[in-house]
Design a protein around this ligand. Structure first.
Ligand SMILES: [Zn+2]
Length: 89
């Protein structure tokens, strides 16, 4: 039984953070992409990261510039902090 480590939007963002540290296994990459397939919100976020960092595939062979990494991580933090409270409005 293989449980993917990415189940929710929150964990996805956290995984992205790990990815930015160059610490993301291929399986997690796939899980992230799978989640994005079913979650338009995260798909947008990932799309953003793809343009910035080349999520997963390219990044495996291309070291991420520290500057880009910091920017992206700040973005993740922002997104995690900004997630809407349940039942707002
Ligand atoms: Zn999501």
């Amino acid at each position: 039984m293989t449980r993917v480590p990415v189940a929710t939007c929150d964990t996805l963002l956290e995984q992205i953070s790990a990815y930015l540290d160059g610490d993301l296994p291929e399986a997690t990459c796939a899980a992230i992409e799978h989640h994005a397939d079913t979650c338009p919100k995260c798909a947008r976020v990932i799309d953003d990261f793809r343009q910035t960092t080349g999520l997963c595939r390219k990044a495996a062979t291309t070291p991420l510039p520290a500057q880009v990494r910091q920017l992206a991580k700040a973005r993740v933090k922002e997104l995690l902090a900004k997630k809407s409270p349940p039942g707002g409005r």
